[in-house]
Design a protein around this ligand. Structure first.
Ligand SMILES: [Zn+2]
Ligand SMILES: [Zn+2]
Length: 427
């Protein structure tokens, strides 16, 4: 039997409703904040990622799914979304309509990392990007929007971790102090970092190898090298977050070695799942649009890891699956005919209706209605047709009503509307 590829997964009905709930929550909230959806391709020219993420990063060197297509073009399954959104912003000259653009996008990303529990090679993200705003207030808004998103999903114990990565001006100073610090410690660094410490020392900050992390715990801090403009930007972010009572900490070890990240960088962490876990991360990348051939426009974005988020929201045990409103149990050919007409009428009216297309007994049809969790069952057999009335059974209370056949569609619609009103009141 053919099985799925290692590191990939199916999201089956039963679980997928939870994902839909998370995605719907994001869409409604992000659109309130003025974001519009953008859909970008899954395949891009490899060069887009090697130029934006950087040649000597783990992602580009080891983790990308890169292929040559049948004509020999080098293409890559996107390992992240930002580069593609920036490409679209530049390619379609979206900045010429209005430099300020706010987008979100939801979809799969691909990285060939070592498979681990809860880590997939096709993983899902919600991304949001804002172009054309240099003000620190938009940094605050991005963090605020994420916090609102996670609290709507009842993610417990959320906290923002904030840092500043400075700008090219303050990095000159920092780079030389980092190089100095690393110079007599290269023997403790991994092979990649030995190269990086000379070529691009900022990349060492990103390394996940424990030995490198240990060395870096004593490394100089970027925060100590911020220029006056970057300091002011960061102070505005933190003071606004305090005013808005957003729970956050300044985390001066929070760094990204990615060249294009500048100034505010952040992660949202949750204490659920036993340990502190990042469920979203992002920051400013003021230099990227220009670096990819676009206008000199500042930008900021974030990515939410949907796989981990789904496993956290699942702990709340909420049921997001939609049960049938009505199951029509029809016995005999004539009844089946009438039933089919009714379910067609219901489904166009937003009522979730089911019937059994086989020639099953009443008992087995009732069993199936129960298994599907139907709220009502409408029973129609030869007897009922003779009497000119079907039986409507409320599956929770077991109460039964008879409904005249010509009134079925209308009466059932009213019952279900009433049912929804009363359960909404209960809830
Ligand atoms: Zn600066
Ligand atoms: Zn390393």
């Amino acid at each position: 039997m053919i099985q799925l590829i290692r590191g990939f997964k199916d999201i089956l009905p039963g679980e997928v409703e939870l994902w839909q709930h998370i995605e719907r929550t994001a869409v409604l909230l992000f659109e309130d904040f003025g974001f519009k959806e953008i859909r970008i391709p899954i395949l891009e020219h490899t060069e887009l990622f090697s130029r934006s993420i950087g040649e000597d990063t783990d992602i580009v060197e080891k983790e990308m799914y890169t292929f040559s297509d049948r004509k020999g073009a080098l293409i890559t399954l996107r390992p992240e979304a930002t580069a593609s959104v920036v490409r679209a912003y530049i390619q379609h000259k979206l900045h010429s309509i209005d430099p300020v653009q706010k987008y979100y996008t939801i979809g799969p990303m691909f990285r060939r990392e070592r498979p681990q529990k809860g880590r997939y090679r096709q993983f899902y993200q919600i991304n949001a990007e804002v172009f054309g705003v240099a003000s620190p207030l938009v940094d605050v808004q991005m963090v605020l929007m994420l916090m609102a998103f996670f609290s709507k999903l009842s993610v417990p114990d959320i906290q923002a971790h904030i840092n500043s990565l400075g700008c090219p001006v303050c990095r000159v100073d920092f780079k030389s102090s980092l190089t100095g610090f690393l110079s007599d410690k290269t023997e403790h660094l991994c092979a990649d970092c030995k190269k990086r410490s000379i070529k691009n020392p900022l990349r060492v900050l990103d390394c996940k190898v424990p030995g490198c992390k240990a060395v870096l715990s004593a490394a100089p801090l970027l925060a100590a090298h911020l220029c006056a403009d970057c300091t002011q930007h960061f102070n505005t972010v933190t003071s606004r977050l305090s005013e808005l009572k957003v729970p956050f900490v300044i985390d001066d070890r929070l760094v990204r070695g990615l060249d294009y990240y500048t100034r505010t960088t952040f992660e949202i962490q949750t204490g659920s799942l036993g340990a502190q876990n990042a469920i979203a991360g992002g920051g400013r990348y003021d230099g990227l649009v220009k670096a990819l051939g676009g206008p000199d426009q500042p930008a900021i974005g974030f990515a939410v890891g949907l796989d981990r988020l789904a496993s956290i929201v699942a702990l709340n045990n909420a049921d997001f699956s939609r049960r049938p409103d009505i199951f029509v149990a029809a016995l005999g050919e004539k009844s089946q005919d009438m039933a089919f007409g009714w379910i067609c009428a219901f489904c166009g009216e937003g009522i979730r209706a089911e019937m059994d297309f086989g020639d099953k007994s009443l008992k087995s049809q009732m069993k199936r209605a129960d298994r599907l969790g139907a709220k009502y069952v409408l029973i129609l057999g030869e007897n009922e047709i003779e009497k000119g009335a079907a039986v409507l059974r409320n599956m929770a209370t077991k109460a039964q009503n008879t409904i005249l056949l010509p009134d079925v569609v209308q009466s059932v619609k009213e019952k279900i509307k009433h049912f929804e009103r009363s359960t909404n009141l209960d809830g």
